[in-house]
Design a protein around this ligand. Structure first.
Ligand SMILES: Cc1cc2nc3c(=O)[nH]c(=O)nc-3n(C[C@H](O)[C@H](O)[C@H](O)COP(=O)(O)O)c2cc1C
Length: 189
C-alpha cells in the first residue's frame, strides 16, 4: 500500500465512523452536481447477477416533496430538499433473475446502493435519512410509477442543521467465528 492508499483508507474509515441518519435538515437546496455524485455512487454498488433492475427517481420539486412526505408516514426527516427513490423494475428482475431476483436480490441491491449514497453524502457534508414507505399505493400515484416498478427505499437528502440531535446508539452485532456452536464471545469492536 502506498501512503496515498493509506490516507484514502483512513478517509473511508472516518466516513464510516461519522455517517448517521439526519432527521433535521435545513431546507437549503442541494446542488444538482452533488445529487449526481450520489446517483453515481448508487450505480457503483454491487448488483445480484449484474442485472439491470435498478431504477432511480430523483425528486427535487418542492411541491412533490411536500406531497411525498404527507403520504409517507415514516418520513422522519424535516427540511429535505431532495429525495432519491431507489426502485426495482420488477419485470426486468423477474426476467433476468427469477423470483429470487425480484423478491430478494433486488432488495439487497437497494441496500448496497443506499449504503454507497450514505457514504458519499457524508463525504460531501450532506445529511441523509432512509425512509421505507408504508403506503406504496399513494407513493405510486404521487410519482406516476408504472405498476411494474417497486419503490424499495426513499433517501431524504439535505444539509444537516448546525446542531443535530444525538445520533442513534449503535452496538456491534454479535460475531460468530467459523460456526454458531462456538458462541459469539460478546461485543467486538
Ligand atoms: C431498510 C431501512 C429502512 C429505514 N426506514 C426508516 C424510516 O422509515 N424512517 C426513519 O426515520 N429511519 C429509517 N431508517 C433509518 C434507521 O432507523 C437508522 O439507520 C438506525 O436507527 C440507525 O441509525 P444511524 O443510521 O443514524 O446509525 C431505515 C433504515 C434502513 C436500513
Amino acid at each position: 500500500m502506498t501512503d496515498r492508499d493509506t490516507d484514502q483508507a483512513h478517509d473511508l474509515f472516518e466516513l464510516l465512523r461519522k455517517r448517521r441518519m439526519h432527521r433535521r435538515l435545513t431546507g437549503e437546496p442541494v446542488p444538482k452536481e452533488a445529487i449526481e455524485k450520489l446517483v453515481w455512487a448508487a450505480g457503483r454498488a454491487p448488483a445480484g447477477g449484474n442485472a439491470r433492475m435498478r431504477n432511480l427517481l430523483v425528486v427535487t420539486d418542492p411541491a412533490v416533496l411536500t406531497t411525498l412526505r404527507q403520504v409517507t408516514p415514516s418520513f422522519g426527516a424535516t427540511g429535505a430538499s431532495a429525495v432519491i427513490v431507489l426502485c426495482t423494475d420488477t419485470g426486468t428482475a423477474l426476467r433476468e433473475m427469477g423470483t429470487l431476483g425480484r423478491d430478494v436480490l433486488s432488495l439487497v441491491d437497494a441496500g448496497a446502493a443506499a449504503a454507497n449514497i450514505t457514504l458519499v453524502a457524508a463525504a460531501l457534508g450532506l445529511g441523509v435519512c432512509f425512509v421505507r414507505s408504508s403506503n406504496d399505493a399513494a407513493l405510486g400515484a404521487v410519482l406516476d410509477m408504472p405498476a411494474t416498478v417497486r419503490a424499495d427505499l426513499l433517501i431524504a437528502i439535505g444539509w444537516p442543521v448546525p446542531a443535530p440531535l444525538p445520533a442513534a446508539h449503535r452496538s456491534s452485532p454479535p460475531i460468530f467465528w467459523n460456526s454458531f456452536a462456538t458462541g459469539s464471545g460478546g461485543d467486538h469492536k
